[in-house]
Design a protein around this ligand. Structure first.
Ligand code: TYM
Length: 337
């Protein structure tokens, strides 16, 4: 008799706090789509997380739906993946609160993202910004996933999730599965095109060197043509992250969208300088993103379809999440309803 082996589970999310960038695509969504057949997958729009920084309500609503359209356009088939909006599954907020009570002040204070965001939003260092990692631990642990694919900057939060889960399991027995972060080899940290020392970020404006998934070709080309390369006199396309961070970043992007290795890229551009390299990277990105942009635009016009997807997704997600939450409530000593 054929043995039925349960698929491993994978979960991840993105905050709709800005339009998706090439960074979030290469560091996260592209890797999700490539593994969709091997895993049972849960992907969500992290709107609860987005409001830790003040949002314009209409923009947040629009971006959440656009993000769903973009997930699907990137290859996350709603028939195979559970796609949902975080705030539609109330168990996230509930487990988040419980885990607040198992997260230590010192641990949360040490989070790099908290330190960065508090520096950038000095007039709004709210409690949600501080306890953000406990909510994220809740997002993850509710689904008992095996793998959490994220970019480099989120690894620290996944590691703290381990600490919180182990603490909880240590008191109550094996309630939570301890998941592994999955950080891609190429593309885990895409840098700004105008400052290769800082991460490409969705919350910043065009001048900060970001490329959006939905940018039209001429904007993408403009961004790549004005990308900062290195001020060395070598003018040679060579991978050296330490000394040539601008060129290394462009090579990473080119490698991620074409599948070429760094060595192949170096050979392709022998004798050609940065001036020749930059538009070629731009064109490769344009061609890679073109079908995604077209499909996302088409889906955005079909609000009824998107509504069906997120409603169905929330229902499936809540079914799994509720099982974990009930177990947690029982373990901590809450009276059953
Ligand atoms: P967020 O919304 O900041 O980013 C979404 C994903 O994209 C990755 N990423 C990048 N990767 C490479 N280069 C870049 N420049 C770049 N910018 C962003 C991020 O590492 C991330 O994987 N807290 C999370 C959202 C979240 C979550 C979760 C993720 C909430 N709950 C549970 C996983 C599991 C966040 O703010 O990601």
């Amino acid at each position: 008799m054929e043995e039925i082996v349960a698929k491993k589970r994978m979960l991840s999310g993105i905050k709709p706090s800005g339009d998706l960038t090439l960074g979030s695509y290469l560091g996260a969504v592209k890797n999700w789509a490539e593994r969709a057949d091997q895993y049972e997958c849960f992907y969500f729009m992290a709107d609860l997380h987005a409001i830790t920084v003040r949002q314009n309500p209409a923009d947040l609503r629009r971006r959440t739906l656009e993000q769903l359209a973009q997930y699907i356009a990137c290859g996350l088939d709603p028939e195979k993946n559970t796609l949902f909006i975080q705030s539609h599954v109330h168990q996230h907020a509930e487990l988040g609160w419980i885990l607040d009570c198992y997260s230590m002040f010192g641990e949360l204070s040490r989070m790099t993202q908290f330190k960065d965001k508090s520096a950038k939003n000095a007039d709004n260092i709210n409690a949600g910004l501080f306890t953000y990692p406990s909510l994220m631990a809740g997002d993850i642990l509710l689904y008992q996933p095996d793998l959490v694919p994220v970019g480099e900057d989120q690894k620290q939060h996944v590691e703290l999730t381990h600490v919180i889960a182990r603490r909880f399991n240590g008191i109550y027995g094996d309630v939570f599965k301890i998941p592994e972060p999955f950080v891609p080899k190429v593309g885990a940290r895409i840098m700004s095109l105008t400052n290769p020392l800082v991460k490409m970020s969705k919350s910043e404006n065009e001048d900060t060197g970001r490329v959006l998934l939905m940018d039209p070709p001429e904007v993408i080309m403009k961004q790549f043509k004005r990308a900062i390369t290195d001020s060395d006199t070598e003018n040679c396309v060579r991978y050296d992250k330490e000394n040539k961070p601008g060129v290394a970043n462009l090579m990473t992007i080119y490698s991620a969208v074409t599948g070429k290795t760094y060595e192949e890229i170096e050979n392709e551009f022998v004798g050609k300088g940065y001036g020749a390299f930059k538009p070629v990277v731009g064109e490769a990105v344009v061609e890679h993103l073109r079908p995604i942009r077209e499909e996302a635009n088409r889906l955005m016009k079909d609000k009824g379809y998107l509504e069906n997807v997120y409603r169905d997704g929330a229902q499936k997600a809540a079914y799994v999440a509720e099982k974990t939450l009930r177990k947690v409530y029982k373990k901590v000593g809450f009276v059953a309803k």
